[in-house]
Design a protein around this ligand. Structure first.
Ligand SMILES: Nc1ncnc2c1ncn2[C@@H]1O[C@H](COP(=O)(O)OP(=O)(O)OP(=O)(O)O)[C@@H](O)[C@H]1O
Ligand SMILES: [Mg+2]
Length: 265
């Protein structure tokens, strides 16, 4: 069963079609990866699906609700960790979680239990009373995931959950994402630039390029379809995006160069 579908989803900013006729579907309980170069339209697509940005045209359904009529109901079904930081460094993890528990209207008598469970699930119990500004990047990401899971959403949106993390931090985040899926059957919708991870963890991926859907499918099938020796998901990505890294402005280019430099190490 599909828990999320988009049909011809489009968002324009002036002349730019940031998301252009995107039709995708996500099955309940799967880890779905939305991939694409910088500026492809991934974050814009997520923002429309989670009701933060009105589409120019097209349709979105989440959990049987149509975005055009029932965006409030959709909001109650979802959790979101944005690409930018969403935890407050001047608070402890427990305090951050308390803020989100009231935001999500978790009944007062359940709050502390829910917070303790979330801390344990993300392995942050020991550090729970330390200020978040002293956390590692990986711990902050895990806290943000804990925040977004407090109300037990059916679908969790993670926009580049592992960006900037070292391999150990990245692995921990991925392990915990899998745990959420296994423990709560949460559907995970994520974006990433790490093809190896997407290959390992996503049951299906969609690759966007210049706002459009370039290809979607099971990673193994996409690799086989290339008809080359030892294909990787990186090869699939390059094939469908023409190896072009982005379409952006100078800010994006600068950021991209830094990322590329980092990748090349
Ligand atoms: N609010 C906005 N106003 C104008 N243009 C925007 C706005 N938001 C996004 N864009 C443009 O839309 C395009 C898609 O951006 P988006 O952030 O969705 O890409 P992305 O795939 O998430 O990229 P990245 O991998 O760098 O996060 C870009 O060209 C971007 O500059
Ligand atoms: Mg983005």
């Amino acid at each position: 069963m599909f828990i999320l579908t988009t049909e011809h989803l489009t968002r324009r900013f002036g002349d730019l079609a940031a998301v252009d006729d995107l039709t995708i579907s996500v099955e309940e309980g799967e880890i779905f990866g939305l991939l694409g170069p910088n500026g492809a339209g991934k974050s814009t697509a997520i923002k429309m699906i989670i009701t933060l940005l009105p589409p120019t045209s097209g349709r979105v359904c989440v959990g049987g609700f149509d975005l055009a009529h029932d965006s409030n109901k959709i909001r109650r079904l979802i959790g979101y960790v944005p690409q930018i930081l969403s935890a407050d460094g001047t608070l402890t993890a427990r305090e951050n979680l308390t803020v989100f528990a009231s935001l999500y209207d978790i009944p007062r008598k359940e709050r502390s239990k829910r917070i303790d469970e979330s801390l344990a699930l993300m392995e942050l119990t020991e550090a729970s009373d330390k200020l978040v500004k002293n956390y590692s990047g990986g711990m902050i990401r895990r806290l943000e995931i804990a925040q977004s899971m407090l109300h037990r959403p059916k679908v969790l949106f993670l926009d580049e959950p592992t960006i900037g993390l070292d391999p150990v931090g990245r692995k921990a985040v991925w392990d915990h994402i899998q745990k959420l899926r296994d423990n709560f059957r949460t559907t995970i919708f994520l974006t990433t630039h790490y093809m190896e991870e997407a290959d390992k963890l996503c049951s299906r991926v969609a690759i966007m390029h210049l706002g459009k859907l370039a290809v979607a499918g099971v990673p193994a099938d996409l690799k086989i379809s290339l008809n080359i020796d030892n294909p990787t998901l990186e090869d699939v990505f390059t094939h469908y995006t023409g190896g072009i890294l982005d379409r952006g402005d100078s800010y994006r280019e600068a950021r991209n160069t830094r990322r590329t430099a980092k990748r090349l190490g």
